[in-house]
Design a protein. Structure first.
Length: 333
């Protein structure tokens, strides 16, 4: 599994949950941290492939360099699954013909997340005297697919809404909290009319939160990712909402890889481009998820095998929907 940074609020959560699934499925998980450098990732992949027996890899598109990693895995005949950020606009049939060892792609519904967060913030904020809703948008890196799609979702909501919604400024940041805090320290003080701050990640939302003074508490802030700190801030009424759930994708891909290793046609000849579910956490349901995060030892007790065709011969289709997952992670005592 390739990632950005070991202490990243989102990816540290993803690794812990994926590891719980791999342990349950009797699989080994090795994590490569790229430290925000595509060359570092490439160099580590070379080293890993030379020194270890890798059965499959889960990779993501960072800085739009996924083809370099995919080419290397393809030449070494290593099956790979893409998560979080994909190939983008490449033709899907072309991808399957070019990469014989490409197993599939599971991406979050980023446009939906951006749309849903925008709608939630506007529906619960107050317009100015002219009936206008003013937003500041904190996006991620300008070339990152997740950021692009989340901004697209926000723009789609604004276009469809009958309300007068104006994005005063959009800032492209490198997903860093301190960058958001620095930017917003100057901006918020100038904008008494601001209704909300839409952030492409919880880290950016938390950075914006650091810059608000007591006069700006009426400004609603929301992020995306369901990070631990993000959910905690929602439970404390500091952030208004966070949209997420996709940190679990590594676990669902692990189930698919497990079955693939056991000879199962994991896609039944059908579409191998999947989207994971994302949903909203607000104050009313935040404590439930905060407790889930605070008791990560219980993740080892989650029976991921219930999602596997190897252990369930009657299972016809994989179901990683919210309806199926919530009873798994929140079993009734």
């Amino acid at each position: 599994m390739t990632l950005r940074q070991q202490d990243d609020a989102f990816f540290s959560l993803l690794v812990d949950f994926t590891r719980a699934a791999c342990d349950n499925l009797d699989m080994d998980l090795y994590t490569i941290y790229g430290n925000n450098s595509i060359s570092y990732i490439s160099e580590n992949i070379d080293s890993i492939l030379d020194k270890n027996k890798i059965d499959a890899m889960i990779i993501l598109n960072y800085q739009d360099k996924i083809n370099e990693i995919a080419d290397k895995l393809e030449s070494n005949k290593i099956p790979f699954f893409v998560y979080n950020s994909g190939f983008g606009s490449n033709n899907k049939n072309f991808l399957k013909s070019k990469y014989k060892f490409f197993l599939g792609e599971m991406l979050p519904t980023d446009e939906y997340a951006g749309y849903f967060l925008g709608k939630t913030l506007i529906d619960n904020s107050q317009p100015n005297g002219k009936g206008e809703y003013h937003l500041i948008s904190l996006a991620g890196a300008v070339a990152d697919e997740a950021s692009i799609k989340r901004i697209t979702g926000l723009n789609n909501f604004i276009k469809q809404s009958k309300k007068k919604i104006i994005i005063d400024k959009i800032f492209y940041l490198n997903w860093q909290r301190d960058e958001a805090a620095k930017i917003m320290k100057n901006e918020v003080s100038k904008m008494n009319h601001l209704s909300a701050i839409w952030a492409a990640s919880d880290e950016l939302a938390l950075g914006a939160l650091e810059s608000l003074d007591t006069k700006a508490k009426s400004i609603l802030i929301g992020g995306i990712d369901w990070s631990f700190e993000g959910v905690k801030a929602v439970s404390e009424n500091k952030l208004f909402a966070t949209v997420g759930g996709h940190f679990m994708d590594g676990a669902w891909i692990s189930v698919l890889l497990h079955d693939y290793f056991h000879g199962i046609d994991i896609f039944d000849g059908n579409n191998n481009f999947l989207n994971s579910w994302m949903s909203l956490i607000r104050k009313n349901n935040s404590d439930k998820y905060l407790n889930f995060y605070n008791n990560r030892k219980k993740w080892k007790k989650i029976d991921f095998k219930k999602l596997s065709k190897v252990y369930n011969s009657r299972l016809k289709h994989y179901d990683f929907s919210e309806k199926n997952i919530l009873p798994l992670i929140f079993p009734k005592d």
